[in-house]
Design a protein around this ligand. Sequence first.
Ligand code: AMP
Ligand code: FE
Ligand code: FE
Ligand code: ZN
Length: 286
Amino acid sequence: MRIDLHAHSTASDGTDSPAELVAAAAGAGLDVVALTDHDTTAGYAEAAAALRALPAGALTLVTGAELSCRGGDGIGMHLLAYLFDPDEPEFARERDLVRTDRVRRAQAVVERCRALGAPVTWEQVRRIAGDGSVGRPHVASALVEAGVVPTVGDAFTPEWLADGGRADVPKHELDPLEAVRLVRAAGGVAVLAHPGASKRGRTVSDRTVGELAAAGLAGLEVDHMDHDGPTRARLRDLASGLGLLATGSSDYHGSRKTVRLGDSTTDPAVYEELVGRATGAKPLTS
Ligand code: AMP
Ligand code: FE
Ligand code: FE
Ligand code: ZN
């Protein structure tokens, strides 16, 4: 069983449409893939339809989302939410608030880039993002198109879009404890995404992870390309000490990142435990 619990589509900052992502997951030999777009469930219907076109039993789709959070200490966190009821109104409203503010923020990021001399426009970023949940990676693609930087990754520096960088602008984000509560109230399970990804900025403290665990967090994403060996070992110890599950996933973004589907995977027993705890939705099988 090859299980990848973190992947993005054009519903946010991935480059594969939800249908293409489902096909790519089957093509990569995955048994389970989770669709976890940033702050949105907009890709679910297309992914589910694409699943029905596959041979019976070929692939299981876990519906999810990756929630943008920031703690009281100012540390940014991404919370993976799986198998929640997408129609539960309170959580749906909070996702909507985050997505709406992403538009204002992306426009402000474009203005900063222009003030810094980069010939990018909001119309260009809007075209690149389509109707997806807009974010810095779309601005990064615009900077690449404009010849300002060679790759998307090169736009995530202090000169441009990195956290606190010259063109970065904050967006509305959820309090992580509140986010765990919202996910659970909608019948979902919550896993902290890439908690040791230090190149993205300051990382969450063990103490905060403990508080999230007490609030009902189910797991930590331990195996992730942004974690080196010692970081994985430390996070695995932290998870086991707090009674949290340890997951692994690619965080696939299509051609916007170099990672491939299935580059990191989750243990089947851990996957079964996550599914067993969810009451908001069931995995979908082709
Ligand atoms: P946003 O959601 O608009 O705040 O942008 C955050 C997103 O940018 C993350 O979900 C990643 O997909 C992407 N990102 C962050 N750091 C990097 C990086 N160093 N290289 C490429 N993409 C990045
Ligand atoms: Fe992303
Ligand atoms: Fe993330
Ligand atoms: Zn992600």
